[in-house]
Design a protein around this ligand. Structure first.
Ligand code: BGC
Length: 348
């Protein structure tokens, strides 16, 4: 099956199309139309030179050989939907399951695994578009998704998501970039992290929510003050079930304007800081607990815990939990889905 792609062509027989965006400070990112994927992120350092802070594969072809969703745009619905079913207005929809009986990240042929159309491009911005047909991965209605990546003057990559539907459908678009601010193929648990959230979502051993959003007080899940990821690693039963952090955090409600950071991450050597700004209600913290075996940019394979993902989204399995304190995840034909996330990098 993989052999026919050896020539460097994507599964649709066409070449991968890559785009480089940058600013005058030397901040530079590379994107690819397959999966509307973020491939590379070079951050200028104070001492001179740049540092690659995003996990990536050696070649576009290698992205087809991994299941960590490295840098990909994830949809229609990021994270898990229990039992791969939806119900709305008395109708029931069966989704394509790809994690046991559940659906993860939009199904086996989710948006990460599709050719996006490159609609516009200039030196700082690229716009990708995807038409997803009625019934795609089991979802109701036709959907048009736009993802615009923009490099800003303050060394951020801004990601703007937009989607419309012609039948009600839950929509939850995110980027699945993994960061390693020390730029190495090594453990990220010495990096410090802060997440502006009072509550997280407990999950069972399949990653399915098993309780309502729960206070982080007096648990290892609390990142309100910066601490290393290692500090309370595997302290809680919640983490033990998932081999580490793999949990949705409900962000402080006032953050949805994206003016204040929702999370901060510091490299272990203290030279790089990342700030995440988002209009989404939640962030999934995933510490790369199952990254082992993923083809690594520098050659060889990544190990577990060699990257950390901070995915802006609705809480996992939200279609089954309209009672949770966040906006509705069902998009109506009369509305537009819009979500913005900025990953900003500072040299220290
Ligand atoms: C999920 C993990 C999953 C990973 C890669 C993350 O967003 O929360 O449970 O293993 O994606 O699929």
């Amino acid at each position: 099956m993989l052999k026919e792609y050896e020539s460097g062509q994507a599964p649709d027989g066409q070449p991968f199309r890559l785009v480089t965006l940058g600013n005058d400070q030397g901040f530079q990112v590379i994107l690819m139309d397959w999966g509307a994927t973020w491939l590379s992120c070079q951050v200028p350092l104070l001492a001179g030179g740049t540092r690659e802070v995003l996990l990536g594969c050696p070649t576009p072809m290698d992205y087809l050989r991994q299941n960590a969703y490295l840098g990909a745009t994830v949809g229609r619905y990021a994270n898990r939907i229990r039992g791969a079913t939806l119900s709305h207005d008395g109708k029931r929809f069966t989704l394509a399951a790809n994690q046991g009986e559940h659906q993860l990240h939009g199904g086996p042929e989710g948006f990460h695994n599709r050719r996006w159309q490159q609609v516009e491009q200039d030196q700082t911005s690229v716009l990708y578009r995807l038409h997803s047909a009625d019934g795609d991965q089991g979802y109701p209605g036709n959907l048009v998704a736009d993802v615009r990546y923009t490099v800003t003057e303050d060394n951020a990559l801004q990601i703007d998501y937009h989607a419309t539907v012609d039948k009600p459908c839950p929509v939850n678009l995110t980027n699945h970039g993994y960061f390693h601010l020390d730029g190495a193929n090594s453990d990220i648990r010495q990096q410090r992290l802060q997440i502006m959230a009072n509550q997280y979502l407990p999950v069972d051993s399949e990653g399915i929510p098993c309780a309502d959003p729960t206070d982080v007080d007096n648990t290892g899940m609390d990142f309100r003050q910066p601490k290393t990821i290692a500090a309370d690693f595997l302290r809680d039963r919640d983490q033990q079930r998932m081999k580490g952090y793999d949990h949705g955090y409900l962000l402080y409600p006032g953050l949805s304007s994206a003016e204040e950071p929702a999370a901060r991450l510091w490299s272990a050597d203290g030279e790089v800081q990342m700030e995440v700004f988002t209009t989404a209600p939640a962030l999934q913290l995933y510490t790369g607990n199952f990254l082992a075996g993923t083809p690594a940019r520098q050659g060889g394979e990544y190990l577990n815990y060699s990257g950390v993902a901070l995915e802006s989204e609705f809480l996992p399995d939200s279609p089954h939990h309209p009672e949770w304190p966040q906006p509705a995840c069902w998009l109506k034909p009369t509305e537009a889905y819009a979500s913005q996330t900025r990953y900003r990098f500072l040299a220290l």
